[in-house]
Design a protein around this ligand. Structure first.
Ligand code: NAD
Length: 363
């Protein structure tokens, strides 16, 4: 039976990338019934100024699975990021970013195979902030002082960092479940528990409790600064990293850099019964409509989606076809060539054609 999947083309380079990805996904033989939905600045006038129409959310809720292109957040104008609103509205608490080396990609590392799982709702990103000099900040400082706390300088802005037992438990449980379902061997919890005892300390304590309930999987933990160093020295010792929001943000970009950068970094956001697959990179507006952008990260997000849909064989064949095209180095976009002005670089749609060819589908 065909998989009903919400397809959000996005804007900027999004429509070209999702079209290229749709073609290679269909070339695997897996069947899809696409429910195409539009969001972003381009459609907001048709929806009373709302860049994330209710029907888009309803479609994702109904289908449970979405393939999404990047969506621009215009600077200024009070426009809230559609991407952030989507994550909040659907409580997409787990962001997953696999970082894997493919032969032929120019990178300082050649044997990386990591998965970064980032908690996406708590931490310093919860949006609880008080501006320096405001009544609220002064009141908070006075309250802190009454509790025996001291601030080195009272002219401080303050951000609050909530990490809860509930949020920590669900992300670490998710990490173990993800590791198990994807045949991984080890989960490493990343934290700074030696300094922030009531937040990161809580996170580590909960992570250890969850690890004791999942003894089929190896578990360890690392302090985030040490983790960063070890990742560049001995990446092969690590497998699945589970991080609170802020460390996850930074560590996942570090790992993306280790495998060749944004053009190669797929991703997914998960909530209860909902999964949205999208690349790590943004909408690169300057390349929009030029058939120039690299579709690999979007396509590898498609491979993740196939695995999620239990189209294991299709996922394997598509990943192999992508890896072949990258290794051969002929039908790749400008950013994957030795020099950025290489005249042999091909366009986004040609990359799709080359991959379809590998899958035995003549374009
Ligand atoms: P970006 O990822 O769009 O671009 C950063 C750099 O990488 C640019 O030089 C760009 O040209 C290049 N790049 C990115 N993807 C590429 C690809 N597939 N092929 C070749 N080159 C590529 O980041 P940005 O410029 O900070 O953001 C642009 C817009 O995208 C902003 O409005 C931002 O809010 C939005 N954004 C959306 C998402 C999302 O939809 N999830 C994520 C990040 C940023």
């Amino acid at each position: 039976m065909a998989h009903r999947v919400t397809l959000i083309p996005g804007d900027g380079i999004g429509p070209e990338l999702t079209e290229a990805t749709r073609r290679v996904l269909e070339a695997t033989g897996a069947e899809f019934d696409w429910d195409v939905q539009h969001a972003g600045a381009d459609v907001m006038d048709e929806h009373g100024g709302n860049p994330l129409p209710e029907q888009v959310l309803a479609s994702i809720r109904a289908n449970g699975v979405a393939l999404k292109g990047p969506i621009t957040t215009p600077v200024g104008g009070g426009f809230r990021s559609v991407n952030v609103t989507l994550r909040k509205a659907l409580d997409l608490y787990a962001q997953v970013r696999p970082c894997k080396s493919y032969a032929g990609v120019r990178s300082r590392f050649d044997d990386v195979d990591l998965v970064v799982i980032r908690e996406n709702t708590e931490d310093l990103y919860a949006g609880i902030e008080y501006e320096e000099g405001t009544g609220a900040a002064e009141e908070l400082i006075e309250w802190i002082e009454r509790q025996g706390g001291t601030l080195r300088h009272r002219d401080a802005g303050i951000s609050v960092k909530p990490l809860s037992i509930t949020g920590s438990r669900r992300i670490v449980e998710f990490a173990f479940e993800y590791a198990r379902r994807n045949g991984r061997r080890k989960v490493t919890a990343v934290h700074k528990a030696n300094i922030m005892k009531f937040t990161d300390g809580l996170y580590l304590r909960v992570a250890r409790e969850v690890a004791e309930e999942n003894t089929d999987m190896e578990f360890d933990d690392r302090i985030v600064d040490n983790m960063s160093m070890q990742l560049v020295q001995r990446p092969e010792e690590y497998d699945v990293l589970v991080c609170p929001n802020l460390y996850g943000d930074i560590v996942s970009d570090l790992c993306a850099g280790m495998i060749g950068g944004l053009g190669m970094a797929p991703g997914a956001n998960f909530g209860e019964g909902i999964a949205i697959f999208e690349p790590t990179h943004g909408s690169a507006p300057k390349y929009a409509g030029q058939n120039k952008a690299n579709p690999m990260a979007q396509m590898l997000s498609g491979v993740m989606m196939l695995r999620y849909l239990e189209e294991t064989d299709a996922a394997m064949r598509l990943e192999e076809a992508i890896a072949d095209v990258i290794r051969e180095g002929a039908s790749v976009t400008y950013d994957m060539k030795p020099s950025r002005d290489d005249p042999t670089a091909v366009g986004t749609s040609d990359v799709a054609g080359a991959i379809m060819d590998k899958l035995g589908v003549r374009v």
